[in-house]
Design a protein. Structure first.
Ligand code: SAM
Ligand code: SF4
Length: 323
């Protein structure tokens, strides 16, 4: 699968729900969003059917995301179905981690390879304030549960927000001295219709990295195997874990972008930002071949996103597009 600019597409991010048990300040309004009607959401068998058609074209790696994927019942059964597809080498999960302690063993047994846990604070009161829900989330417990179940690598995504959690950068970085975890600091994107967080809350990655560098000597690192995503990694001498920064606002990654996205209601999106998408669900339900639609989507995949040029207030929340 090559797109119009010759990029090889082998990675699909699948959003399996638009709902969530959190209401992170940067992602969702407290009252939630107008959720998709159940009948519009792809059934697990339908997701599997789409991946079955994409795998022979070169699709190799999957990430299950949302919304919060762990709140959809029987998640392990989807992992099991996807893992059985020939050509699929790797399945990852993006989660807020709340349900990982109870689910990690089942997910690992079903074939989940890797996990990204989003965690914006190590302090319980602050987690509850940022997520606007107190569900007792504790990052270290969640990450250990994944590790104990054999899900590796464990990556931790931290959205750094000025005046909200930017005083915890060193605490997160210190985790990598003790654990083989990959802590990735993500620049806040003030997207969606949320007015609570603005450009004033954005902490540039360079600033985060400078703070980490003050803790000790950092060396560039290749990061976790199969990283090839948008993070740039570093490591403290002898540390088991690594520290990455992700700068979503720049265009640096678009030229090597190897991914497309499937929304919960079955639209194939070729770029996280903008409105380039091809609906697959109805064609699939009518039993039509999907390949012409994949070809159309790839032909339309934009060269780069235009986040900086857009009125960011008009963009959709990441939970809706499977961020
Ligand atoms: N619920 C899962 C989770 O939180 O990991 C998966 C979906 S969530 C939309 C995927 C990632 O997008 C999370 O790491 C979250 O922190 C990030 N994210 C969401 N909105 C964001 C924003 N406005 N700026 C930066 N990152 C954002
Ligand atoms: Fe839910 Fe993830 Fe969005 Fe937070 S970032 S509200 S956990 S979907």
């Amino acid at each position: 699968m090559l797109d119009q600019f010759g990029r090889r597409i082998e990675y699909l991010r699948i959003s399996i729900t638009d709902r969530c048990n959190f209401r992170c300040q940067y992602c969702m309004p407290v009252e939630g969003l107008p959720w998709l009607p159940k009948q519009d959401i792809l059934r697990y068998e339908e997701i599997t059917a789409i991946v079955q058609q994409l795998a022979p074209l070169g699709l190799k790696r999957l990430r299950i995301t949302g919304g919060e994927p762990t709140i959809r019942p029987e998640l392990s059964s989807l992992v099991r179905q996807l893992k059985a597809i020939e050509g699929i080498e790797d399945i990852a999960l993006s989660t807020n981690g709340v349900k990982l302690p109870q689910m990690a063993a089942d997910l690992a047994e079903a074939g989940l390879d890797r996990v990204n846990i989003s965690a914006d604070s190590l302090r319980p009161d602050r987690v509850a304030r940022i997520a606007r829900r107190d569900l007792g989330f504790d990052l270290v417990t969640a990450a250990k549960a994944a590790e104990d179940a054999g899900i590796r690598p464990v990556k931790i995504n931290v959205v750094v927000m000025r005046g909200i959690n930017d005083d915890e950068v060193a605490d997160f970085a210190r985790l990598t001295l003790e654990h083989p975890w990959h802590v990735r600091f993500i620049e806040l994107m003030p997207v969606g219709e949320l007015r609570e967080l603005t450009w004033d809350h954005v902490v540039p990655s360079a600033e985060v990295l400078a703070e980490v560098q003050r803790m000790g000597t950092l060396r560039p690192d290749s990061g976790p195997a199969r990283g090839n995503g948008p993070a740039v990694y570093h490591r403290f001498a002898d540390a088991p874990g690594t520290i990455g920064v992700i700068t979503p606002m720049t265009h640096t990654y678009c030229s090597t972008c190897n991914r497309v996205r499937l929304t919960a209601d079955g639209r194939l999106r070729t770029c996280l930002f903008g409105d380039h998408e091809v609906p697959l669900r109805d064609a699939l339900r009518r039993g039509e071949p999907l390949e012409p639609l994949f070809v159309k989507a790839l032909a339309e995949k934009p060269k780069e996103h235009d986040l900086l040029q857009m009125r960011v207030g008009g963009l959709r929340a990441l939970s809706e597009v499977g961020g």
